[in-house]
Design a protein around this ligand. Structure first.
Ligand SMILES: N=C(N)NCCCC[C@H](N)C(=O)O
Ligand SMILES: O=C(O)CCC(=O)C(=O)O
Ligand SMILES: [Fe+2]
Length: 330
């Protein structure tokens, strides 16, 4: 984020979704326009909505409906898939268990990660080794989420091709050794509403998720249509609401893309405050580099920014593990 944006742009990415694998895509006028809009959005806000993404709205809604159902179950039921260090930090975390900058977040969640076997990446990956913990109720939960994950992975790959072109890189510069075997994270999140006594709303300043940046390349946010809670910080420090636009995903840039772009794009700070009396859910899909990828500024981006690399190289998996270990202090 490098401007005082007041709203978050909406991009119809259908030309990119249609042509992403066409060898002539870079000559297509529609694609060129999408790339231009992606570049502008990534430079100015680091956040954008996408429409024309090709994922069925009924699936997107089903994912949220199952999430509401799961979080409405009794606590004991949810604890059957409890997240611990032994489960590889996979599974259910109660409200307040996730911590952002030392303050407990007022959300509960199920965290899922791409499969990772013990020793697969040496000691680096071991904290996250394990299998995802899926609830047996609602019955279709695991199947629907897995389908959703595979569609989000395919969509993110297409958007990342557009972003590669937007940076002036080659189509496949954000694939191969960098993200050809992308790690992914799914956070299935619930934020309680403001409680009320005798119909009177209580003042509630509890933060559902404290200000943070995302860790990887690109995030796809699937949020409830009827509650505004996600806020994005602009250059002057104002919080701009990402008001839900039904049928769209909110997309944002993560820390690894900030490094790759040598700061041409930044991972924008955002937070969640649910001031509504209603329970809100969000299913956030994170598209990330290869777990063991060494990420450093792309040559083209270093050239464009004066020839000096502004960031030290980072190993994505190391960044992720250090974040996860500080999110859960118990
Ligand atoms: N995988 C991602 N991006 N998760 C976002 C969680 C943000 C909150 C976390 N406690 C933190 O402080 O980062
Ligand atoms: O709830 C949301 O809208 C966004 C959640 C988020 O920022 C995250 O999990 O990283
Ligand atoms: Fe986030």
């Amino acid at each position: 984020m490098s401007t005082d944006f007041q709203s978050i742009p909406l991009i119809d990415i259908s030309p990119l979704v249609e042509k992403w694998d066409d060898s002539n895509m870079t000559q297509d006028e529609g694609v060129v326009e999408v790339v231009r809009q992606l570049d502008k959005a990534c430079r100015e806000a680091g956040f954008f909505y996408v429409t024309g993404h090709g994922i069925s709205i009924s699936l997107v809604k089903e994912v949220r409906k199952l999430t509401h159902k799961f979080f409405s179950l009794p606590h004991e039921q949810k604890l059957k898939i409890k997240m611990t260090a032994v489960t590889g930090y996979r599974g259910y975390q109660r409200i307040g268990e996730n911590v952002t900058k030392g303050i407990p977040d007022m959300h509960e969640a199920i965290d899922c990660y791409r499969e990772l076997k013990q020793g697969m990446y040496g000691a680096l990956g071991d904290p996250l080794a394990g299998c995802n913990k899926w609830p047996v109720d609602p019955p279709s939960f695991e199947e629907v989420m897995e389908e959703y994950i595979s569609l989000c992975t395919a969509l993110s790959r297409k958007i990342m091709r557009g972003i590669a072109l937007a940076l002036g890189a080659s189509l496949d510069d954000l694939e191969g050794k960098r993200a050809g075997d992308p790690f992914w994270v799914l956070r299935i999140i619930g934020y309680p509403g403001v409680s009320s006594i005798d119909g009177q709303d209580l003042p509630n300043n509890d933060v559902g998720c404290g200000a943070h940046t995302d860790y990887g390349l690109l995030t796809l946010v699937n949020q409830d249509d009827d509650i505004t809670a996600l806020q994005v910080r602009n250059l002057s420090g104002e919080w701009i609401s990402a008001v839900p636009i039904p049928g769209t995903f909110v997309c944002n840039i993560g820390d690894m893309l900030k490094i790759l772009s040598n700061g041409i794009y930044e991972s924008t700070l955002h937070r969640v405050v649910n001031c509504s009396p209603k329970y809100r859910v969000c299913v956030a899909y994170f598209y990330e580099p290869n777990f063991d990828a060494a990420i450093e500024p792309l040559d083209i981006c270093t050239k464009k920014t004066g020839g000096t690399k502004s960031y030290e190289p980072a190993v994505y998996g190391k960044h992720l593990v250090s974040k996860v270990l500080t999110n859960f202090v118990t």
